[in-house]
Design a protein around this ligand. Sequence first.
Ligand code: NDP
Length: 240
Amino acid sequence: MGRVAVVTGGIRGIGAAIAQALDKAGYTVAANYHQDDATATRFRESTGIAVYKWDVSDFTACQSGVAKVSEDLGAIDVLVNNAGITRDAVLHKMSPEEWGAVLETNLTSCFNMCRCTIGPMRERAFGRIVNIGSINGQAGQYGQVNYAAAKSGIHGFTKALAQESAGKGITVNAIAPGYIDTDMVRAVPPNVLEKIIARIPVKRLGQAEEIARGVLFLAADDAGFITGSTLSINGGQHMY
Ligand code: NDP
């Protein structure tokens, strides 16, 4: 196959499932991460997938990271912007730092990574970009004005970049996951999580592999007519 894919936040949770699904499908994969060296080492040893440490909210770090991956593995064909964080608080108690960190890590990171990879994709007239949004960017969520704004921004970013890139063989799509069983959701208090699950028509959390399945679909060579779309994978929790 020979396609090279980068997955940000690709060593645990949804990103790890995406990296492994792409690897299994024959892509050469680079899994980026930020801090968790121990998990990154375990992930590399157990999967054989190359891991690369940089902060996706830092433009200069993205430039060096992308250069290193391209040098090691070849030009990047597929970019999955998956890295994300939450810093939940109601607006009247939210600090500027909590606002800024979530916007920088979830949304500015998409600009940083797309800006650093799209030039060569345009030159080679091929690219697949998949941005991981969220049900909470579509529907809003109490205590998450920062996260909802960042994820909602991803959906607009996706449509605008899709228009700019369509003539160059590059598709840009988003996936909006519902509640998926990862560390991020395990951090939600159990009584709140119970209420969330009760509102999901399929009556369970999603699995990371169920998001990876959507990424594989959108990243495929023969998915060239799908661009600017958002695929909701949420157990029927939010339909529109
Ligand atoms: P996890 O918290 O399990 O993993 C997040 C990953 O992102 C980690 O690998 C982490 O690296 C990485 N990361 C965080 N900040 C940075 C940074 N600055 N630079 C590089 N990497 C970074 O998250 P999930 O798997 O749950 O979520 C993945 C994506 O899916 C996120 O964008 C999230 O918002 C979105 N999402 C998740 C949902 C869910 O229910 N879980 C629902 C909807 C959307 P490290 O390991 O080094 O910390």
